[in-house]
Design a binder for this molecule. Sequence first.
Ligand code: HEC
Length: 246
Amino acid sequence: MKERFRRFKDISVSERILNTVFLLTIGLGYLAGLANLYYTHQGLDGKAGLSIEDVVISYHGSNSQTRLGTAVKGIMKPNLRYASDQEVILEWISSGADEPGYIEKVAPILNRDCIICHTPSINPSLPDLTHYAGVAEVAHGGGATIPTLVRVSHIHLFGIAFILFFIGKIFLLCEINVYVKRIAVVIPFAAMLLDVVSWFITKSTPSFAYVVVISGALMGISMGMQIVLSVYQMWFFSRKNAGVNP
Ligand code: HEC
């Protein structure tokens, strides 16, 4: 005799109600998550709205928006003895602001024009420009730090795994091709993993921002389809077909 697995038509109305309120709440929570993502990431590149550039800046950072770069183009410019030194500093920033370049080209300028004020013993509240570590702090464009990424990954993997597991458990009660089903329950997990891994890669390789967006979208879409199909079959499909497929 063929083994019988539970399907929506086997569960009570109470269980359907519980499943439905759970799925709808998760769906709403996901939409709120998307809105939160929009508000925390949009406009980072200076333009309204969410773009791939915003994603690059939040994980990788941006060499065009450093505090040092902004200062030498703006309020600190008059402190430079030679205007041409501005170019030297900006080029060093955009090429990654490394230590050898600092020692060779940038330290002589800062030591001559800036450290009169930017020394902790004189102005403890100003960026310390007397040594590489202090300068590097204002010469790099931010982006997510490894500890932040590790923390967010931990929260994501733990939290979302639970959510996907329960959504998947309900989705398994659908009447669809079993091969489609077996693949469909894996996709959101795989997409979530790819998303998290690509945050770390985007930190060093900005073009991976596309993978962040595509895998994030794939997780949302696959999860959304499981929710929609489950709710639909629970209330409409299964009753209409009850008894047809015993
Ligand atoms: C006469 C004193 C003085 C000199 C010289 C000086 N600075 Fe400043 N710098 C300041 C003060 C004061 C501030 C704080 C200004 C503010 O927050 O509005 C500041 C702020 C900064 C900041 C931080 C801006 C931010 O994002 O908050 C940077 C970077 C900076 N200076 C770089 C430089 C560089 C590079 C030079 C040399 C070319 C230089 N400064 C020379 C007094 C000085």
